[in-house]
Design a protein around this ligand. Sequence first.
Ligand code: HEM
Length: 369
Amino acid sequence: KKKIDYQGLHQAGVITKEQKNVSFISCNVTVMTLAELKMLFKVLTARITYLTQSNNLLVNDNDKIPPFESGMLGGHLDPDSLTVTVSLGANLFDSRFGLQQLKPRHLVEMKSFPNDQLDPNWCGGDIGLQICANSPESVVYALRDILQHTSMYIVPRWKMDGFLPSRDIDNKTTPVNLFGFKDGTGNAPANNTDLMDDLVWVTAKDKEPHWCIGGSYQAVRLIRFNLEFWDRTPLEDQENDFGRHKITGAPIGMKHEHDSPEYETDPHGDRILFNSHMRRAEPRNPERYTAKLRRRSYSYSLGINNFGMLDMGLIFICYQKNLQKGFIDTQKRLNGEPLERYIKPFGGSYYFVLPGVKANDDYLGQALF
Ligand code: HEM
């Protein structure tokens, strides 16, 4: 099945079209020296190369040692559009490794926003791994392989699995989230390279340490939905909360998903309320992309909480070249939005996505050492 190229200026999994499944796992580094940290990135690079590019399963004949692989894929290695995207948390740049001077300028610990109820068990971490593929078993296979091979360097801290609607395997339609709305319509097109350099990737023009070029800031937010309440909310209110029609995804009063909301013809917010999620998030003023970010979110489903309510929601993930102008400023515009009645952010973290691996003998994070 499909292999996604993992080499280049950038890592895969950032502007790559969303695969159907994700596991986001945040880990703490347990080693204490820079040399060991470097080894970790070499091991990670080797595992990612193998898992995303190879069809040749390694088989061991010696039954006195653990099998080389979990067996989960029934004896076939199948990358299944697998991407593994490696990112670094702010804490990695504390005094442990002497990397303080190399910290990306905007990388900070995530602070609580007014509607947040952050649980420390679901926050933080030195290293983020976003593992995506088109089936849950391909994701879990990669996850187990990576954790097995890196167990002497990192220890998992929190993990959240997510999914997107699986019917449209060719990704022809915008994925629908658990509120029943198309999510991603207004995203900047990934095939516009200049726009991606403006919004997503750190370039030589940005005032960042040189090693950051080709990387990106990653904001991850775990957001619980109150679906019992939502499912009892009139359709008109649901649509006004987003500023879009539910089934078509069209801006209110319009027909097609990709119709422009034309805020200039609605200066008083009669049609698309000023309070709506889309108008707050993206006022298209003064320019089309006021929100300088690109979203790549997934739904999650855990179980039920102590009150017998569904524990479901969104793994909101977005990428940006500048964390402040991207996620933080956009979230500030959203603070107080009517949608807050139905959502409760409880975890997540900020990370910096390492630049890509440019050649076979290169490894992730090489420019850091
Ligand atoms: C647009 C859902 C959180 C930023 C949208 C749309 C939906 C949606 C349905 C309209 C379709 C689209 O353009 O994709 C949600 C849900 C959220 C959530 C359910 C969590 C509960 C966030 C957060 C941010 C954000 C935390 C950033 C801080 C945006 C942006 C747009 C958007 C920039 C594009 C608006 C446009 O271009 O017209 N969101 N979103 N969203 N959302 Fe969210």
